[in-house]
Design a protein around this ligand. Sequence first.
Ligand SMILES: Nc1ncnc2c1ncn2[C@@H]1O[C@H](COP(=O)(O)OP(=O)(O)OP(=O)(O)O)[C@@H](O)[C@H]1O
Length: 265
Amino acid sequence: MASSKGTSAEAPLLEVRGVTLQYTTREQRVTATWRVDFDAWAGERLVLLGPSGCGKSTLLKAVGGYLKPVEGEVQFRGKQVHGPGPDRGMVFQEFDQLLPWKTVKQNVAFALQEGRGVPRREAEEQALHFIAKVKLSRFADAYPHTLSGGMKQRVAIARCLATRPELILMDEPFAALDALTRQQMQDELLELWQESPFAMLFVTHSIDEAVRLGHRVILLSPHPGRVKEVLALDGKGELGPVQSGAELQERIHRSLFETACDYSI
Ligand SMILES: Nc1ncnc2c1ncn2[C@@H]1O[C@H](COP(=O)(O)OP(=O)(O)OP(=O)(O)O)[C@@H](O)[C@H]1O
């Protein structure tokens, strides 16, 4: 595995320490997560897995700097996160995250111009490079409404990779795709990672997806989300080594029976 986790002299890229997250509405206060702790390392594919409503998206928002913890803190490269930044890129589930009045190339280039201050001509050149990586060169001048859901998600991934964030935050990016496209997208994401490893925090409530994509899987309990277990294929989980994807899958299912919660696959 290309992840650098395990070299004890190194510090984690991301440290989530005792993070409690709440939403306050006029009627009530909702505690989305309760004292959550985990680390993410450079080059690591980390998955947050948990039932609907356990606070996965909320945690991602906090790491992205869009939500402030009421307790605990989020540190990125040893510094407290105070807001969003180009070091953390996000890909969402929704297909409408692209600007509809811009072409595929312009959407990717725009992120480079705005996020990284790259001049237009150069931004478009770099955009084409990343559009080729997600196999969409033929559609560089197409508008988002002419693309399928999978293609739109590829553009969103290209846009995110193009800005070269240190950590990519993915909020169920493939959940709204059909099963076949979803698997294809998972394979393509793994190919992109093999080509040039990046740290990724991937939210899902699919056990299959977690097992396919994660070096480590953080299993969250039902609402409010707490870390229930950390499982790893490389033997670095808190519960010791897991030898295979099948064993990881079994451990996750066992854990779910204990909490009697319902995960969709
Ligand atoms: N804007 C909001 N205002 C109030 N409560 C919210 C808001 N967003 C989320 N919540 C609540 O916070 C809790 C966690 O929600 P969150 O969306 O983070 O869960 P999740 O694990 O990502 O769920 P899912 O898998 O269904 O997307 C839920 O109880 C939800 O109702």
